[in-house]
Write a new protein. Structure first.
Length: 64
């Protein structure tokens, strides 16, 4: 069997840490920011870990 190709859309959205966790950007920061508090908007800057239920699926798409 040939190797699986990395799904490039997934590769651009997720990254793997040194310990193997999969990190993603937070949603809701693209528009309609006036009604959102600055505290909330600052929180969107940070990455967060992908839920364990989704991590397995993302791993497959990333070619691991």
């Amino acid at each position: 069997m040939p190797k699986m190709k990395t799904h490039k859309g997934t590769a651009k959205r997720f990254r793997r840490t040194g310990t193997g966790k999969i990190m993603r950007a937070k949603a809701f920061k693209s528009h309609i920011l006036t009604k959102k508090s600055q505290k909330r908007i600052r929180g969107f800057r940070k990455e967060t870990e992908v839920a364990p239920a989704h991590a397995k699926f993302v791993n497959v798409r990333m070619g691991k």
